[in-house]
Design a protein around this ligand. Structure first.
Ligand SMILES: Cc1cc2nc3c(=O)[nH]c(=O)nc-3n(C[C@H](O)[C@H](O)[C@H](O)COP(=O)(O)OP(=O)(O)OC[C@H]3O[C@@H](n4cnc5c(N)ncnc54)[C@H](O)[C@@H]3O)c2cc1C
Length: 348
């Protein structure tokens, strides 16, 4: 096992929860870790979008703020729960004790027993962002498929050289990145994702929907979930910011549609369902955007893997330990930890 700060150099692709979990564990074991992410912020699918506010305010004073990927995190795993509780104690996360309900055309049915649900504060991306704070992280840094060097390391182009290459990008992207390690690329390929279309709708005033997190049972198979972002801790209260998630099959059938046209259908459907169930009429939105998640939820998974001969490995919510998981953020964390354990056990 590597000790001190003289361990092997490791490049981790992706600063989502899997990459951050893996990076923290390897950093603690003395590996020299660098994370790269092509996004403008760390977090991957733990994502927050803001509109308005001061240019230097990092979105904290933005009147329109949406978590448009993962909505909340649940933690059965003790290690993940400890990491989240640590963030709660420093104010970067909180428990969302909102009113959860199922919405049908007949109206709202409150959820009887809610599990503890964690959210980032002031947005979901704060969770990986804070966890990765002390790691070496390059943003807006997209890695192209690298080649191996004669000495067994990896030629990472603009990112230099590393002894080990670990990818936490979604499975298809990982398979492409690891083309120089064909056995690993082949092991990633069976994983499958379903997409999700998200509509972000902002109103310039508070609106009472009767619940804060709405699981939708839509007979037309369009709408799946509605979140009232302002009901989460430390979000703007003077506006109403709704995240609408469409059904995966509905989203999959419209992958080529323009999100700015598609964004109208989930809102129209929400209005119909609210009207049918005696809910409020919604005014014209002040903010309305669409976002397509091509790789939203892993529905077919593989196990995380490190190949010492290839000097490479992969993790992600699509590669939970023992291939046991359901494509949740917790699986990404567990996968990143499991990959790090394999790397440490192999001595780098
Ligand atoms: C709409 C939606 C709703 C969800 N709801 C929930 C929920 O309520 N609860 C829950 O637990 N989970 C939920 N999830 C799932 C959860 O978000 C994921 O399980 C988790 O965030 C995955 O983390 P990850 O690190 O495996 O991958 P990601 O977060 O996808 O991170 C991978 C990172 O790799 C980067 N990357 C890819 N290719 C490259 C490259 N070539 N170079 C550099 N960087 C690259 C990407 O930019 C990305 O940041 C939801 C997801 C979506 C999309």
């Amino acid at each position: 096992m590597a000790t001190g700060r003289d361990g092997p150099t490791v490049l981790i692709v992706g600063a989502g929860l899997a990459g951050v979990a893996c990076g923290l564990a390897l950093d603690a074991a003395g590996f020299r870790v660098r994370l790269v992410d092509k996004g403008r912020r760390p977090g991957g699918r733990l994502a927050t979008r803001t509109s308005g506010g001061s240019p230097s305010g990092m979105g904290e004073d933005a009147p329109y703020r949406f978590d448009h990927g993962a909505q909340y995190l649940t933690a059965r795993d003790a290690d993940f729960r400890a990491a989240l509780d640590g963030l709660v104690s420093t104010g970067s996360a909180a428990l969302w004790t909102g009113r959860f309900a199922t919405l049908t055309p007949q109206g709202l049915t409150p959820e009887p027993d809610a599990p503890p649900r964690y959210v980032g504060v002031p947005g979901m991306s704060q969770i990986p962002g804070q966890l990765a704070y002390d790691l070496d992280l390059a943003l807006e840094a997209e890695l192209s498929p690298p080649q191996r060097l004669a000495d067994g390391g990896w030629d990472l182009g603009p990112f230099g050289r590393a002894d080990l290459l670990l990818s936490t990008a979604p499975a298809a992207q990982t398979a492409a990145l690891l083309e120089a390690a064909p056995a690993l690329a082949a092991a990633a390929e069976p994983a499958r994702f379903e997409p999700c279309f998200a509509a972000l709708v902002g109103f310039d005033r508070p609106i009472e929907l009767g619940a804060d997190g709405l699981f939708v049972e839509d007979p037309e198979g369009l709408l799946r979930w509605v979140a009232v972002n302002g009901a989460k801790p430390r979000r703007p209260a003077e506006t109403t910011c709704l995240t609408l998630h469409a059904d995966p099959a509905w989203s999959a059938a419209r992958l080529d549609d323009d999100p700015e046209i598609l964004k109208h259908a989930p809102l129209r459907r929400l209005k119909e369902l609210l009207a049918a169930g005696g809910g409020p009429a919604l005014p014209a939105p002040a903010y309305h955007r669409g976002h397509r998640w091509l790789y939203a939820r892993a529905v077919q998974v593989v196990a995380p893997r490190f190949d010492a001969d290839a000097g490479a490995g992969f993790a992600g919510d699509w590669a939970p330990p023992d291939a046991q998981g359901s494509g949740r953020a917790e699986d990404a964390w567990r996968s990143g930890r499991a990959l790090a354990a394999q790397v440490i056990a192999a001595g780098g």
